[in-house]
Design a protein around this ligand. Structure first.
Ligand code: BGC
Length: 363
């Protein structure tokens, strides 16, 4: 009997080893939107390194922010026998057809950072708490401008920038921020002189720094903003690439660290962190891409080994509006926690505490 048990145990261990090994050799396709923004270079590199360390074979592609390019890269991943796809969509609503091919082949799809809309192919979503990111930006301005104690006789003047219209995240960031700021706009405690306060009016194509800079320049001209001109207290930007554009325009208009409006951001990009150190950007939201990559690796390992994938949100991310009432249509999601970073502590936080950048990188 003992012998039989021993043989059974040995066989089970061997099978376990074989299975673990086979899960390890699995090919994973990682589809990133663009190399133009620091965020995705970092995320792509992190994912590839972590996955290869764990023994996976990785096909990493960048789509130059072009929808057809991303579709054909994903097609190649499917025909190239990837078993799992990790995708940051250029445009969240344009991948339905190509992902239907993946679904037919039972390829598991993880939407990375941005949710992919209108498809049943998404198995999991891994991201940061996107609405919280927006709320944190709004709450920072609420605090810094003392909005709770102001009246409409002494309003704070604010302009708004959010992201690409095709990025579902932009809705969450903008709505999160507006949950905090809108009541003040309604009561006149916050005034937006341009009147541009809807998401469509403040969107930035491709999250482009140049586009944001152009729009800020136009706002400066048409509203006569300037250190000696019309008062502007804050520019609520959903992320760092747009914040950088707004900052460039404001600095060109003569603002310095002593009088520049409070600017918010997200990602702690190097250029923005340098601006924060100089006092040109007030606030940032840190999203540790290493934590997200590690979480996705965990998901992939669980999928590969046929284990339960751990998630912490099954009620907020629906990728097909038609099924809003159907609880099974919410994508099992894992939300990582964003952290607030302020200009006076950002260096210590990012270099010494998080070891996210070296001192040399911020020179
Ligand atoms: C990401 C942000 C990023 C933006 C532009 C969003 O989907 O969540 O972190 O700043 O895309 O790349």
């Amino acid at each position: 009997m003992k012998k039989i048990i021993a043989i059974l145990l040995a066989t089970a261990t061997l099978m376990g080893a074989v299975f673990a090994k086979s899960a390890k050799g699995t090919k994973v396709g990682v589809s990133m939107p663009t190399k133009d923004l620091q965020r995705w270079n970092q995320d792509g590199a992190n994912m590839k390194a972590e996955l290869e360390k764990a023994g996976f074979v990785v096909d990493l592609q960048y789509a130059a922010n072009d929808i057809p390019t991303q579709i054909s890269q994903i097609e190649n991943m499917i025909t190239g026998k990837c078993k799992i796809l990790v995708i940051v969509a250029v445009d969240g609503s344009s991948l339905s057809n190509v992902l239907e091919q993946a679904r037919k082949k039972k390829i598991q799809v993880i939407a990375y950072d941005r949710l992919i809309m209108n498809t049943k192919a998404v198995s999991y979503y891994a991201t940061f708490d996107n609405e919280l990111v927006g709320k944190m930006q709004g709450q920072y301005l609420e605090r810094a401008l003392n909005l709770k104690n102001r009246t409409k006789d002494d309003p704070a003047y604010m302009e708004f920038f959010t992201g690409d219209p095709g990025d579902n995240n932009a809705n969450f960031f903008f709505n999160g921020a507006m949950k905090v700021i809108k009541p003040y706009l309604d009561s006149g405690v916050v005034v937006c002189r341009s009147g541009q306060t809807t998401k469509a009016q403040v969107a930035t194509l491709n999250w482009s720094t140049e586009e944001a800079q152009k729009r800020m320049e136009n706002l400066i001209t048409s509203n006569k903003y300037g250190p000696k001109g019309t008062k502007l207290d804050a520019v609520l930007c959903s992320n760092d690439s747009t914040a950088l554009g707004a900052t460039n325009a404001l600095v060109s208009a003569g603002y310095t660290a002593a009088n520049i409006p409070l600017i918010t951001g997200q990602d702690c990009d190097i250029a923005n962190t340098k601006n924060m150190i100089k006092g040109l950007q007030a606030m940032n939201v840190f999203k540790d891409t290493r934590v997200l990559a590690a979480k996705v690796l965990e998901m992939i390992q669980a999928i590969g080994e046929g284990k339960k994938v751990s998630v912490n949100n099954t009620t907020d991310y629906n990728n097909n509006e038609k099924n809003l009432q159907d609880p099974t249509s919410f994508i099992p999601s894992f939300l990582c926690t964003p952290e607030e970073v302020l200009s006076d502590t950002c260096y210590d936080f990012l270099v010494n505490n998080k070891k996210y950048y070296t001192a040399a990188e911020l020179k």
